[in-house]
Design a protein around this ligand. Sequence first.
Ligand SMILES: [Ca+2]
Ligand SMILES: [Ca+2]
Ligand SMILES: [Ca+2]
Ligand SMILES: [Ca+2]
Length: 338
Amino acid sequence: MASFINSSLILLLHLSKQHDAFLAFYDCCSLRASLRGSCTGNVSSQGTWLEIFGSHLRFLCLQNPVAFDMVKSTSKNLISETNAFQGAFVAPDDGFEKYQRGVSPTIPFQLVDDSAGSFPPDDQGIVKTGDNDVFFGVADTENPQNSGPVDATWKFDISSGGTVPLLLCIDMAAMGDFETSNDEFSWSYVIDAGSISTVFQSTVDESSSLTYTMENGALVSLNDPMLVNGEILTNDFHTFCTNLAGSGSELELKLEATTNGGDEAFAFKNIKIIGQCSTCSENNPCPPDQVILEQQFYFTHCDKFKFVQCSQWGSCYEMPCAPGTEWSQEVLTCVRSN
Ligand SMILES: [Ca+2]
Ligand SMILES: [Ca+2]
Ligand SMILES: [Ca+2]
Ligand SMILES: [Ca+2]
């Protein structure tokens, strides 16, 4: 058991050194299973995450993302979606919209990997055979019906996230021989009447190549892979997370993209806005196993002027900071408010 935990910690500390903004995910349920011999309670992998503050690392098993979309084809606290390009393109291989295997009448062939299913020679695709969850696909948006960037927006109710900054996570994948000149995407957000921030920006590495693995095991090497925030994307979905700058009541998320060519595509799913806070009634952070594991007893309360204190036996207390101070999880005490 000890080696199991140690190897995980070493891996994560390694990741944290390399990628400041990258927060690695870990399945708290399997961690608990290794400690106790079984998964207990209603731990959900949807909300599992790890937080890294320099060399200080802690586990949190948050069970309730504040809001999400395209998580096993479902959404939570999604107020509205806007996509003027849904169904706007004539050719079946051009698209900028949500797709779902078994439901969508057509899906661009660049987006689906049929090598283990209906088309064994398939050498281009992301979404595997049997993956019938909704995803957002982008393929050849420069076409007879469109020239220039396309965009879609999601508006979420984030009011249950409290007054502490939120975490945004999106699963991303890409496959193709891309070009810097015409293949690009970005994700930006705005909270309430705040300013717009771009949090994920793609680039193309025109000096390298990447070998992709199709679902049937075939290897496909292509020039010029796509990266996001400096990390290479593959034709398997990977989760990318970033801290948002604040909190509020509404978050508008915008995907802007342009791509030209029939042999490249990218896709997204599992958009999650995750609260980084607890109360004793919501996301109680004090189960006994977790406290033992972390040797940590203080957690971020959803009201930044409070903190959550756990006893070593797992009891939960909501404690106020002194007037004029607010909680800092980095130094584990209340500090002077800004
Ligand atoms: Ca395909
Ligand atoms: Ca190229
Ligand atoms: Ca291109
Ligand atoms: Ca085109």
